[in-house]
Design a protein around this ligand. Structure first.
Ligand code: PLP
Length: 394
């Protein structure tokens, strides 16, 4: 047996990736699995984006290292994208292009956290925040939110969790896994609280263009100079432009933090893949019209499947406003079927109903499962039928 570092031994594998790995393994055995685990759109990247990448290769522009913090043209495209969606134009030294948003998040935690620093993470949370904070030597301070309060964290809850070691507040709106979106008033209150206590804010806005049924996204960083100075925005092309495989993320924040994150990038990834940067330039500049059909398809799936979920005995869901997940409370369904553990319940859905879902355990809940609706409507309807049959026959 090789000796593996204590550092790695302490890290949990991503539950979403391991759930999809198991689903794929069963599919490879010839079993007809409907996979609702993955957080990626099921559409091809718009053609013009791919074409821009091919042209960059053909023109010989993609062969070499780029600036560690991203091509100047990409920064320009990001600045313009911010003008359109955030109402302000960040300067080049406030922008970092990264190898995926996930790496931007890790670089951020590494840049800010000293050993023992606490990071406030409202639960349910996206799986990687907790592990990345631990990898950076920090202490995740989980703040539980309630379903009745639509999974939104309040200033009072944060104040109760604050200590003299609190360094960062993580906000993810629209949220993975719940799909909830904070309002302008809620964000203003949270932002002012963080400013008052000298707490940095990480605003993970990666789903901000995926909002439905007239819901609006308010960028926290656009709520005045004081809040903006404390906020680092994380985003990217993965979810909106259906580009998960291209691996381009972004961070926009104060020059000190962006420069520290850039230093980390320069010693790890060197630069985001050149060809993907050319694709991302095209995406940020021109692809908003191409992606409206994606958003509309998600909206249709949401509005079709949400009422069907309510017909499954023991399934309860807060209707999402954004992203592409249902975070279903299955406490009653577990009781009906004799399960006490949500991971065992998710395993049974995979093995008996042949529907792959993600256990809430990795998102900080012992009574939820996450279903992604980034798959076609027919498969989604079929999955609902299978889950229903499984629960009724147990
Ligand atoms: C909330 C959230 N942030 C960040 C990411 C990472 O995105 P990327 O694929 O660009 O690394 C994801 C992907 O699942 C996510 O759901």
């Amino acid at each position: 047996m090789k000796k593996i570092s204590e550092f790695v031994s302490e890290i949990e594998e991503s539950v979403t990736l391991s759930a999809s790995k198991r689903a794929r393994a069963l599919k490879n055995e010839g079993i007809d699995i409907i996979d609702l685990t993955l957080g990626q759109p099921d559409f091809q990247t718009p053609k013009a984006i791919g074409d821009a990448a091919i042209t960059a290769i053909k023109d010989g522009r993609a062969s070499f290292y780029t600036q560690a913090t991203g091509l100047p043209e990409l920064k320009k495209a990001i600045a313009d994208y911010f003008r359109r969606y955030y109402g302000y134009v960040p300067a080049p030294d406030e922008i970092l292009a990264t190898s995926g948003a996930k790496f931007a998040l890790y670089a951020y935690f590494l840049a800010l956290i000293d050993s023992g620093d606490e990071v406030l993470i409202p639960a349910p949370y996206w799986v990687s925040y907790v592990e990345q904070v631990k990898m950076a030597g920090g202490v995740p301070a989980i703040v539980r939110t309630s379903e009745a309060g639509h999974f939104k964290v309040s200033v009072d809850q944060l104040e109760a969790a604050r200590t003299d070691k609190t360094r960062i507040l993580v906000l993810n709106s629209p949220s993975n896994p719940t799909g909830i979106i904070y309002t302008r008033a809620e964000l203003t209150a949270l932002g002012n609280w963080a400013v008052a206590h000298d707490i940095e804010i990480l605003a993970d806005d990666i789903y901000h263009q995926l909002v439905y049924n007239g819901a609006t996204f308010t960028p926290l960083s656009s709520l005045g100079a004081a809040i903006r100075a404390k906020t680092t925005v994380i985003g990217g092309v993965s979810k909106t432009y259906s580009m998960t495989g291209w691996r381009i993320g972004l961070a926009v924040g104060s020059p000190e933090i962006i420069s520290a994150m850039g230093k980390i990038a320069s010693q790890t990834t060197s630069n985001p893949t050149s060809v993907s940067q050319y694709a991302a330039i095209q995406a940020f500049r021109t692809a908003d019209v191409d992606i409206e059909p994606f958003r509309a398809a998600f909206e249709e799936r949401l509005n079709t499947i949400y009422p069907l979920l309510a017909t499954i005995s023991g399934f309860e869901v807060v209707k999402p406003d954004g992203a592409f997940y249902f975070f279903v409370n299955v406490r009653k369904a577990m009781r009906l079927t004799g399960f006490t553990d949500v991971t065992a319940f998710s395993d049974a859905l995979l093995e008996k109903a042949h529907v792959a879902v993600v256990t809430g355990a990795g998102f900080g809940s012992s009574e939820h499962i996450r279903l992604s609706y980034a798959t076609d409507l027919e498969s989604l309807k079929k999955a609902i039928g299978r889950i229903k049959k499984f629960i009724e026959s147990n």
